[in-house]
Design a protein around this ligand. Structure first.
Ligand code: GLU
Length: 460
C-alpha cells in the first residue's frame, strides 16, 4: 500500500523554518514512495488561528513547491465529524462526562502538590451519574496500568507508564473538541500511515496511541524530528534572525536553495550537499534522519543560495530579479543590457536582492559614491590619472575588454604604478564603490558614453 502522509500546521503563525522542514520531509517521503501528501489546517484554536496565517502558510508551501494531493482540510469545517466520534466513544463507554468544576479541580491539584504528588485527574467522574443536568466536559477513559510504547523511527521505543497519563479531556465544557482528539480523528479518517512531526509532540503521542487503540485503527509509523536550534544551541527563534519562510523569499532567496538547505537540516546522504528536487525525492529516506538537533546555519544557506543563483539561466535572471530591482526603484529600459548586467553580477551575488543593492550602478546614473572610497581613491593625483584615461578612451572604437586592458596596462606601466592605482579610482568613479566584477567587464558593459559621463561627473 502506498503511504499517506500529512502536514498539519496550526495557523497561529507564519510557516517557519521548523514547520517547513516538517512539511518537506513528509512531502519527500510521500513523493519518494509515490504515496499521498495531505494538507490539513489545524485551526480549532479559534482565538489564535487567523485567516492571514493560513494564507501565508499556503503561500509558503506553494513558493517552496510543496504541492499537496488532498486538502487543504480545515479542522474548523470538521466539527461534526469530531462530535460523531465523541458520541461513539460515549456509547461504547470509553469516554465519560466529567462534571467536576474548575474550582474543584484546582483545589485537588493544590492538595496533590502540597503532598508532593504529581497533579493528575483522579478519575472520580468515571463512576458519576451520567444523566446529571450540569455543565460537563468529556474525558477519555484511559488505561490505569501497563505501558504505552511509541515505536519511533529515530528514537526507537519510547515507553510511557499509563498511570502517569490521566483521563484526557476530549471535549471542553463549551462543546469544542480538544487538540489531541481532533488530530487522531483526522489522522484516522484521512487514513494517514506515517507521521513525521517535531519532537515537541512526542509527549502527545502515547495519548494519541491510546485513542487509536480505542478506534481499533492501526497506529501509524512515527518519526519525531529533533528540534532545530540556533547557532548558540538555543531553540531557533526570532532572536536568530528571520524564521518565516516568506521572509526568505523577500530577502531574495531562491526556493530551491531553502529546500536544499532544509533537507540537509537533520537528514544526510553521505557527504552530498547539493541536491536537486528530483534527487531529493529519489534519495530521501526516513532512516537517514539524524538523532541530534539540526543547527540552523545562515552562512550555509547563503552559500547554497549563491550556488543556485549562479545556475539560474541568463534568460530567467531578469524575471527573478525584477521585483527586487523595482523595489529598489531601479528602472529597466533595455532588457538585453539588464540581462548582461545581471549575468556579470551573478557570480558574486548571495541573494537576488544583492543584485539591486550591489549592482545599482548598472541601472542608474545618480548612484551615490561611498564616502570612504571617495576620500581614499579620488585624490588630486588619481583624478589626474582618470583625466588621462578619459582622453585615451575617447578615440577608442569599438570599446572592448581587450582594448581597455591594453590602454590601462600601457598607462600604468608608463607611469611605473600598479594597475590598481588606476583600476580602483576608476571603479569608484563608475560604480560608486570599491567592489565590482572585473573593471574591464563593467566598463565594456556600461559602454563608452556612460563611462565618459561618469568620469566627467567626478572630474568636474
Ligand atoms: N498542528 C500541530 C503543529 O502545528 C501539528 C500536529 C501534528 O503534526 O500532529 O505543531
Amino acid at each position: 500500500m502506498s503511504p499517506r502522509l500529512r502536514f498539519a500546521p496550526s495557523p497561529t503563525g507564519h510557516l517557519h523554518i521548523g514547520g517547513a522542514r516538517t512539511a518537506l520531509f513528509n512531502w519527500l517521503l510521500a513523493r519518494h514512495h509515490k504515496g499521498q501528501f495531505i494538507l490539513r489546517i489545524e485551526d480549532t484554536d479559534r482565538e489564535r488561528s487567523t485567516e492571514e496565517y493560513t494564507t501565508s502558510i499556503l503561500k509558503g508551501m506553494e513558493w517552496l513547491g510543496l504541492d499537496w494531493d488532498e486538502g487543504p482540510f480545515h479542522q474548523a469545517d470538521r466539527l461534526d465529524i469530531y462530535r460523531g466520534h465523541i458520541q461513539k466513544l460515549l456509547r461504547e463507554g470509553t469516554a465519560y462526562k466529567c462534571f467536576c468544576t474548575k474550582e474543584e479541580l484546582d483545589e485537588r491539584r493544590l492538595t496533590a502538590q502540597s503532598r508532593g504528588e504529581k497533579p493528575k485527574y483522579d478519575g472520580r467522574c468515571r463512576q458519576a451519574d451520567q444523566s446529571q443536568d450540569k455543565p460537563y466536559c468529556i474525558r477519555f477513559l484511559s488505561p490505569d496500568a501497563g505501558t504505552t510504547v511509541v515505536h519511533d523511527l529515530i528514537r526507537g521505543d519510547v515507553v510511557f507508564e499509563n498511570k502517569e497519563l490521566d483521563d484526557l479531556i476530549i471535549q471542553r465544557t463549551d462543546g469544542t473538541p480538544t487538540y489531541n482528539f481532533t488530530v487522531v480523528v483526522d489522522d484516522v479518517t484521512m487514513r494517514i500511515t506515517k507521521i513525521i512531526r517535531g519532537d515537541d509532540h512526542l509527549n502527545n503521542t502515547p495519548r494519541q496511541i491510546q485513542l487509536y487503540n480505542t478506534f481499533h485503527y492501526p497506529v501509524p509509523e512515527w518519526t519525531h524530528l529533533p528540534l532545530i536550534l540556533g547557532p548558540d544551541k538555543k531553540r531557533l527563534s526570532k532572536r536568530h534572525g528571520a524564521t518565516s519562510v516568506l521572509a526568505y523569499k523577500e530577502m531574495g532567496y531562491l526556493p530551491q536553495a531553502l529546500l536544499n538547505y532544509l533537507a540537509r537540516l537533520g537528514w544526510s546522504h553521505g557527504d552530498q550537499e547539493i541536491f536537486s528536487k528530483e534527487e531529493l525525492i529519489a534519495k530521501f529516506d526516513a532512516t537517514n534522519i539524524g538523532k541530534s538537533a539540526g543547527i540552523f546555519n545562515p552562512e550555509k544557506l547563503s552559500w547554497l543560495n549563491a550556488h543556485y543563483i549562479k545556475s539560474v539561466p541568463p534568460q530567467d535572471l531578469l524575471k527573478k530579479t525584477l521585483p527586487f530591482l523595482q523595489e529598489a526603484g531601479l528602472k529597466i529600459e533595455d532588457e538585453a543590457y539588464a540581462t548582461q548586467a545581471l549575468q556579470s553580477l551573478k557570480e558574486r551575488a548571495t541573494t537576488l536582492k544583492a543584485f539591486a543593492l550591489e549592482g545599482s550602478y548598472y541601472f542608474q546614473e545618480d548612484f551615490p559614491i561611498e564616502e570612504g572610497a571617495r576620500n581614499k581613491f579620488l585624490t588630486p593625483d588619481t583624478l589626474k590619472l582618470l583625466r588621462e584615461f578619459r582622453d585615451r578612451l575617447i578615440p577608442l572604437s569599438p570599446m572592448n575588454e581587450i582594448l581597455l586592458k591594453d590602454i590601462m596596462t600601457g598607462m600604468t606601466e608608463e607611469k611605473g604604478v600598479k594597475l590598481g592605482a588606476l583600476a580602483q579610482p576608476l571603479r569608484v568613479a563608475v560604480t560608486g564603490g570599491t567592489v565590482s566584477p572585473s573593471i574591464y567587464e563593467v566598463l565594456t558593459l556600461l559602454g563608452k558614453e556612460r563611462v565618459l559621463q561618469r568620469l566627467d561627473r567626478v572630474l568636474s
